[in-house]
Design a binder for this molecule. Structure first.
Ligand SMILES: Cc1ncc(COP(=O)(O)O)c(C=O)c1O
Length: 335
């Protein structure tokens, strides 16, 4: 639905961008109350409320990706990811809800994410077939090719982390959604949006959207892993591709994007003391559930920079990409 916000501006997308309605949009914006004197500065975008089935930042991407599978009359989708992945769990739930088959290729990963077990169970419970491989490098070229040949149907292969130029259009739409919320005074104009960076698709869509809306907002992407995808160069590259796809000059305002590499710790799936504190504070002081792999690291980055005084005094919007508790998660999953 959010990519549809782009249709009046980009009528060609009506033909080229199939979209399935999966989510509940717009997601609310509200003050993010934390117990300190500067907390009135922080607002939160409640992407956790993007779907009662499985919310978070995957829904806007899946609306486009499952829309493509639907239009190309594929029987289903196959999805590659790590066992603890929010992305794989979200895809499994949303695809099954639309009666699509889900085939999973998963690789285990070490870490201490509190929601890893629930995500794996959710994914396995909804998959039509699953293969596991210990190492991604052997998984991709060998097992995957054989496995796909064996499948009775020809499912659509979804990109890693759900990130592609097309799926990021969901986040270009999200920038237009935010613009409407600012204009209707549901949210003050923030000077910064803060969010975690994994494959960078969410940030790239927002970056392109901010250029198109001309909102004077900067983006702070907090890297959650050591990977070229979670770098400023990669996010800018992706954002330029999105703008080209929309037929616009791929111009990005200098310094609009800042990437924070200081919250990674041991790497993907491993918490840090700062992320654990941020998750605890969000839950105890504001009743917001985050996790330590993505959203906790992003909030830790925000708090560290706020403390250092580098985010200024204007409102800051924390973009909560985590799904929070969902219908397939047992209530014991709180960190
Ligand atoms: C909760 C959460 N936040 C952020 C991200 C990262 O989004 P992106 O890959 O678009 O950078 C993910 C990706 O899986 C996620 O699950």
């Amino acid at each position: 639905m959010t990519a549809r916000l782009l249709l009046p501006l980009f009528p060609k997308l009506r033909r080229t961008l199939p979209v399935l309605d999966l989510g509940t949009f717009p997601t609310p914006t509200e003050p993010f109350q934390l117990d300190d004197s500067r907390s009135e500065q922080i607002w939160i975008k409640r992407e956790d409320q993007s779907s009662p089935l499985y919310g978070g930042n995957k829904v806007r991407k899946l609306e486009v990706l499952l829309g493509s599978a639907n239009r190309s009359e594929k029987d289903g989708v196959y999805c590659i990811g790590v066992t603890c992945s929010n992305w794989v769990a979200a895809t499994s739930l949303h695809a099954r809800a639309k009666n699509m088959e889900v085939h999973l290729a998963m690789t285990p990963i070490k870490g201490d994410a509190h929601n890893a077990f629930e995500n794996e169970q959710t994914s396995l419970n909804h998959a039509s077939s699953t293969i596991f491989s210990r190492h991604l490098t052997t998984l991709l070229p060998v097992a995957l090719t054989r496995w796909i040949r064996l499948l009775p149907s020809r499912p659509l292969c979804l990109p890693w982390g759900g990130t592609s130029t097309a799926s990021s259009l969901g986040y270009v739409g999200a920038a237009f959604e935010l613009q409407q919320q600012i204009e209707s005074k549901k949210c003050p104009l923030p000077s910064w949006i803060v969010l975690p960076l994994g494959t960078g698709g969410t940030a790239a869509g927002l970056l392109a959207g901010l250029e198109l809306t001309r909102l004077p907002i900067r983006l702070l992407g907090v890297s959650i892993l050591k990977s070229p995808s979670a770098s400023a160069a990669s996010v800018r590259f992706q954002a330029r591709r999105i703008l080209r796809r929309l037929g616009r000059t791929p111009h990005l305002t200098k310094n609009r994007l800042v990437v924070d590499p200081h919250q990674i710790g041991r790497g993907y799936g491993w918490s840090t003391p700062q992320a654990r504190t941020a998750v605890l504070r969000a839950r105890e002081e504001s009743g917001i559930q985050l996790e330590t792999t993505y959203s906790g690291k992003a909030l830790a980055g925000l708090l560290a920079r706020q403390e250092a005084g580098t985010l200024g005094n204007d409102p800051i919007l924390f973009w909560n990409t985590f799904a929070g508790p969902h219908s397939s998660t047992p209530s014991t999953s709180t960190p």
